[in-house]
Design a protein around this ligand. Structure first.
Ligand code: 13P
Ligand code: SF4
Length: 342
């Protein structure tokens, strides 16, 4: 059978950036959030790509900062009745599916992800229907409905290991939605994978030539790259890994200078992990670049102290997932968690 690859490209409208807030107001919002967390038996769970002040607040209040997989596991384990997810929508949905008995709320439900947007459930399901003999593996950065169509859900921290495991069993795969991560996994494992053609608008902007020039300026630096970046950029990397893996590498590498090709929100925790090292953001300008994101996810940026401080006063902050979809999506999500724990 000839292979029909999806040609699903999107030109996503980006959200309006939040307005800057005066320092005095920030203090007021912080106090209000700290009080509200206690009053509502709630815990704040933030992704590495949110702004440093959100991550700091999660840490100070006994919450959590981590990658998408760790966030999901922390939320499921924690005994708070309400989980506040500071991140993007798929993270809130995953938390709700894994902890249906808890209230899961987000500062804004408008915070989404270009990978999620670029993989609509109907088109994806029709694509999968063409290849009934293939195992469907999707990235966590997808809607609950896309997860419900999948056999496996994985994050970048376990992607290579899971695909290696499936490849050893002789399984042929469909992978969605990130084309660069898919190509990276395919190159690493040699697995037979059909790749959906989505992309992350942040990582897609790291460019080979501009990065090569930065490396020439800092020949003593190590280059750390998230695998949602283009293959040519990955080729220049000393370390390729998920957010948590890159932070670990930053701590362990002997180089004092590190060039980082991922969202610059990660600098907050990376600098904590490697306080003496100089962190340099990989360029997103240069040939072929649009600098639409400038290395910071516009949807992660929508989580601000102001909307966090009013979260218990507003309607429309609750994450809800259709129970029939949640039931199906729970199957591959559980496999993901069990794979990590095995
Ligand atoms: P992690 O799974 O490494 O947290 O990455 C999520 C993400 O959105 C990367 O762009
Ligand atoms: Fe999605 Fe990219 Fe933002 Fe991550 S950084 S949430 S993959 S748009």
């Amino acid at each position: 059978m000839s292979v029909v690859l999806p040609k699903f490209e999107i030109d996503v409208p980006l959200p309006v950036p939040p307005k800057p807030v005066a320092e005095a107001d920030k203090l007021k919002y912080r106090t209000k959030i700290i009080d509200a967390l206690k009053a509502h038996n709630a815990v704040l769970i933030a992704h590495y790509y949110t702004d440093p002040e959100i991550q700091a607040l999660a840490e100070e209040t006994g919450g959590f900062v981590g990658d998408s997989l760790e966030m999901a596991k922390f939320g499921a384990r924690h005994d708070a009745q309400t989980l506040i997810i500071a991140g993007v929508k798929f993270m809130g949905e995953t938390a709700k599916i894994l902890s249906p008995e808890k209230r899961v709320i987000m500062p804004t439900l408008e915070a989404t992800c270009s990978l999620d947007l670029g993989c609509p459930a109907k088109e994806f399901s029709e694509f999968c229907d063409q290849y009934p003999d293939r195992t469907v593996v999707v990235y966590a950065n997808t809607s609950a409905a896309v997860k419900a169509r999948a056999d496996w859900v994985i994050t970048s921290s376990i992607a290579v290991d899971v695909v290696e495991h499936l490849d050893k069993q002789g399984e042929k795969l469909i992978w969605a939605p990130d084309r660069h991560l898919g190509q990276y996994i395919k190159n690493k494992t040699g697995a037979d994978m059909l790749l959906w053609q989505g992309h992350c608008i942040v990582h897609d902007e790291f460019k080979f030539k501009a990065l090569e020039q930065t490396i020439a300026l800092h020949p003593d630096a190590a280059v750390l790259v998230h695998p949602e970046s283009p293959d040519s950029v990955i080729q220049l990397a000393d370390v390729v890994g998920s957010t948590s893996q890159l932070i670990k590498a930053a701590r362990e590498l002997e180089q004092q200078k590190l060039i980082i090709a991922t969202d610059k929100g990660i600098f907050y925790k990376m600098q904590q992990a490697a306080p003496d090292k100089e962190l340099i953001i990989a360029p997103t300008a240069g040939e072929g670049a649009t600098c639409r994101s400038c290395a910071h996810c516009p949807w992660m940026k929508m989580n601000v102290l102001e909307n966090l401080s009013s979260i218990f006063e507003r309607k429309g902050v609750d994450v809800s997932v259709d129970p029939a979809i949640a039931e199906k999506a729970l199957v591959p999500l559980r496999k993901m968690v069990e794979f990590v724990n095995s």
